[in-house]
Design a protein around this ligand. Structure first.
Ligand code: FES
Length: 110
């Protein structure tokens, strides 16, 4: 288990025990955290957009080109933005803080 700290758009923190091997999106859903994930991880939306704490952002594997393309469409993109469905939990991410942005743009259903 790896501890992940989610920060909601109002700044409230929620610490969860995440199972290694699951995606951040799955972890959010297992813990009733409000992260949409409209396409369920098939890189066809950007509603799982999250903002990663800088120190941890650098530890994550590089995003794929498909992820970059989807991120370009995300609302409120930052330098440490990623798609939650593409981040796989492992021990290196212990204590990582991820912020849920206040808005999403769901291009898959527009
Ligand atoms: S859930 Fe759609 S891209 Fe992550």
């Amino acid at each position: 288990m790896t501890k992940i700290i989610f920060i909601d758009p109002d700044g409230n923190e929620q610490i969860v025990d995440a199972e290694n091997g699951l995606s951040l999106l799955e972890v959010a859903h297992n813990n009733d955290i409000d992260l949409e994930g409209a396409c369920e991880g098939s890189l066809a939306c950007s509603t799982c957009h999250i903002i990663v704490e800088k120190g941890f952002f650098e530890k994550l594997p590089e995003p794929s080109e498909e992820e970059e393309d989807m991120l370009d469409l995300a609302f409120g993109l930052t330098h440490t933005s990623r798609l939650g469905c593409q981040i796989i939990i492992d021990d290196k991410l212990e204590g990582m803080k991820v912020k849920i942005p206040s808005g999403t743009r769901n291009i898959s259903v527009e």
